[in-house]
Design a protein around this ligand. Structure first.
Ligand SMILES: [Zn+2]
Length: 255
C-alpha cells in the first residue's frame, strides 16, 4: 500500500469510471463474492474508494509481462520501482512463472539511473506522452520526448514536402487515420507553416483552405491550454495566426 495510487487525480477521469463499472459494481452485484472476501480478509475494507485506490496502485505501478500465449500485468516489489525513460537502459524478460529478469540493454555509466519503458517504444512522442499522462500521471520530459526529431529517428515526423504533397497525404489517409492522429496534425501543421512563405499576390479564395485548416487544427488542439507544453504553444500560435489571417483576408478581399 506504500505504492502511489494517484487516487485524487484519478477522480472524475475515464479510468475512475471504468473501475466503478467493471470492478466495484460487479463486486456489489455478486454480493456473495464480496462476503467471501470479507470473511477471508477481515482486516481489509471493501469500500468503493479503497478499491479505487487498489486499482490506481495497480494501473500506476504494474508492469506488462508479454509472453507467447498471454499478456498480463504484475506488481513487482523492486521492478515496479524502476523509473521510466522512452530510451530505457534496461530490458525486462519474464519466465513462464512471471519471474522478472532485468538485463542492461547497453553499457550503463556509474551513477546513471536505471530505467525501463512503461509504454511502447515504436510509438511517437504524442502517443507516448498521451499514454503516460493518462495512465501513469506524468508528462514525459525524457531526452527523446524533448527532442522534436526524437533523437534523429523521426517516428512522428513526415518527410519534408510541398503543399500539394501534404494535401495528397491528408486526402489519401483521411479514410484510415483519425483527423486528430498525430500524422494528420503534423501534415496540416506543415501546410500552415508554408502559408505566407509563398509569393503573393494572394486571392481570398486561395486563403480559404489554410483558414479551414487552422480552424480544424484549433479544434483538435482545443484542450491544449498549457502554454508551457509544446502542444499548448502550438495551439496559441494557431489561434494567433487565425486572427491575423482573418484580418488579412478582410483587407485584401471582399470578406
Ligand atoms: Zn519520453
Amino acid at each position: 500500500m506504500s505504492l502511489e495510487s494517484h487516487l485524487e487525480s484519478r477522480k472524475g477521469t475515464e479510468a475512475w469510471q471504468i473501475c466503478q463499472d467493471r470492478v466495484i459494481d460487479v463486486m456489489k452485484k455478486t454480493l456473495v463474492g464480496v462476503m467471501v472476501f470479507e470473511v477471508l480478509y477481515p482486516q481489509l475494507d471493501f469500500k468503493g474508494e479503497r478499491i479505487q485506490e487498489l486499482v490506481g496502485i495497480f494501473e500506476t505501478n504494474s508492469i506488462e509481462a508479454r509472453l507467447c500465449q498471454t499478456e498480463v500485468h504484475g506488481l513487482y516489489e523492486m521492478g515496479s520501482m524502476m523509473e521510466h525513460s522512452c530510451v530505457p537502459n534496461i530490458n525486462m524478460s519474464f519466465d513462464e512463472k512471471f519471474h522478472l529478469t532485468s538485463t542492461a540493454g547497453r553499457d550503463i555509466e556509474k551513477g546513471e539511473h536505471l530505467s525501463i519503458m512503461y509504454t511502447h517504444c515504436f510509438w511517437g512522442t504524442w502517443a507516448l506522452r498521451d499514454h503516460l499522462i493518462k495512465y501513469k500521471k506524468f508528462w514525459c520530459f525524457c531526452k527523446r520526448c524533448s527532442d522534436p526529431s526524437e533523437l534523429d529517428k523521426n517516428p512522428s515526423n513526415i518527410l519534408e514536402g510541398t503543399v500539394p504533397e501534404f494535401r495528397g497525404f491528408l486526402e489519401k489517409y483521411s479514410k484510415e487515420l483519425y483527423s486528430s492522429h498525430y500524422y494528420m496534425v503534423a501534415a496540416r501543421h506543415s501546410i500552415l507553416q508554408m502559408v505566407g512563405r509563398v509569393e503573393g499576390p494572394y486571392e481570398t479564395k486561395s486563403l480559404m483552405e489554410p483558414r479551414d485548416l487552422l480552424i480544424e487544427t484549433a479544434s483538435v488542439l482545443r484542450d491544449e491550454t498549457n502554454t508551457k507544453l509544446p502542444e499548448g504553444q502550438l495551439r496559441k500560435q494557431v489561434d494567433e495566426t487565425l486572427i491575423q489571417l482573418k484580418v488579412f483576408m478582410k483587407t485584401v478581399g471582399e470578406f
